[in-house]
Design a protein around this ligand. Structure first.
Ligand code: GLV
Ligand code: MN
Ligand code: MN
Length: 414
């Protein structure tokens, strides 16, 4: 059997693919803005599909807009090995988050095709719709529907900040397929991704193998105040929704310290109405994101901060409404596959490290229905979800080599 040192991906071809994708939705600051179901997402999907066609893959687009490219195996009835990630990005996001995992899997396919290597099992490449959850909350919705964890029609009805519906936008960009979005048997799912944190760089390692993904809990908070002219209205007796939100936001920031545990808590999005400097704000919406490896700690933290929110709202006379938008439990990967990632990296001569993913990935939902593992490469300066997000081309190539050999091994298992 071919050993890891005998076959390598083409690093410059991978770089060219990543650079072509980085040109779609490129921002002046060197990042990309390719929000899900926008024209930029469509253009990147179209290019991806063109590349899948060139490889003669069997292409399927399902009713959530997930794009699959299947390469037959010698034993075509066996469950496939699958790999991919997402093409969508954050607003002013980076050139690697998500797209590296899609282009990495594409480079694996290209390497297998040009070397005329046929695996026992079929291999499937996937682009999952709306991983980011930034335009339409929550995140990872399409792998969630595929895995049976989220309801398709609930996702179809989600709206962006301008009131546009998810399903309408999916249709508008012509990526609402007719194939049901429903899980099929998968032998192993590998997702290749940038780390998005500082650990690999700090430890001087090239490859990370997460043992799993933290839990993700998202909430939406709506506060109502009383608008009035700021000049004549005395300070006493005001119902200022933005001041209520300000107090609440700091409670969220204090939460990890207060709980004394391993967790993070963030308010990242806020809308203030009517957003005029001389009107007391009467409507505020903000989001809360809580993550931990310990689901119970995250839930207890939420209960504590929710009680704070209620007492702040009461004291300020600002009625509060809270939506528990999304919960995904922490997701421990298949230990055997995690070890395999470490073993393949070691065989290839890449220093590697077991770790935990603090970022959410479609691998979280995949892990609910198939044996799953991920491959991480370093993020320079630990920066991600920003335009300066960077990973060296050598590391991009190294991670793709690990992906290639992890996929080859499992695709040749009977
Ligand atoms: C996905 O990008 C996340 O929020 O971690
Ligand atoms: Mn991502
Ligand atoms: Mn992301």
């Amino acid at each position: 059997m071919m050993g890891p040192r005998d076959l390598k991906v083409n690093g410059s071809r991978l770089r060219q693919a990543l650079e072509a994708m980085a040109g779609i939705g490129a921002t002046p600051g060197g990042g990309v803005q390719r929000l899900t179901l926008t024209d930029e997402d469509k253009r990147a999907r179209d290019l991806f599909v063109t590349w899948l066609r060139e490889l003669d893959l069997e292409i399927t687009i399902d009713e959530m807009g997930n794009i699959f490219g299947r390469r037959p195996g010698k034993n075509d009835e066996l469950a496939p090995v699958m790999s991919g990630s997402h093409i969508d990005s954050q607003p002013k996001g980076g050139r690697f988050d998500g797209i590296l995992g899609v282009m990495g899997a594409l480079e694996v396919m290209r390497t297998l095709c040009e070397n005329k290597i046929t695996t026992e099992r079929p291999i499937v490449i996937v682009d999952w719709t709306n991983e980011e959850g930034s335009r339409f909350a929550p995140a990872m919705v399409a792998s969630g529907v595929w895995a049976g964890a989220l309801d398709r029609d609930w996702v179809y009805d989600r709206r962006d900040i301008n009131g546009r519906r998810f399903e309408d936008e999916l249709e508008r960009i012509s990526y609402k397929g007719s194939v049901p979005c429903r899980k099929f048997p998968v032998h192993v799912y590998f997702e290749y991704h940038i780390e998005q944190g500082p650990i690999l760089e700090r430890e001087g390692k090239r490859i990370g193998a997460p043992k799993g993904i933290v839990c993700l809990h998202w909430y939406d908070v709506y506060l109502e105040g009383e608008a009035n002219q700021v000049g004549p209205t005395p300070m006493a007796g005001r119902h200022d929704a933005l001041c209520g939100a300000a107090e609440m936001i700091l409670k969220v920031n204090d939460l990890p310290d207060r709980m004394g545990g391993n967790m993070v808590a963030t308010v990242g999005e806020i809308q203030n109405h009517p957003n005029s400097r001389n009107i007391i704000p009467d409507n505020v919406h903000f989001t809360v994101d809580i993550r931990s490896w310990d689901d119970d700690l995250a839930l207890r933290a939420w209960e504590a901060v929710r009680r704070d929110f209620e007492s702040i709202a009461e004291r300020r006379g600002c009625p509060i409404r809270i939506e528990e938008t999304w919960r995904v439990a922490h997701s421990p990967f298949d230990e055997r596959r995690v070890q395999e990632v470490l073993a393949v990296a070691t065989e290839l001569g890449y220093p590697c490290l077991p770790m935990v993913s603090g970022a959410g990935h479609d691998a979280s939902y995949m892990n609910q229905v198939a044996s799953t593992a991920m491959i991480f490469v370093p993020s320079i300066g630990g920066r991600s979800h920003v335009e300066v997000e960077q990973t060296s081309w050598e590391d991009c190539e190294a991670g793709a080599n690990v992906l290639l050999h992890c996929m080859l091994r499992s695709a040749n298992e009977r």
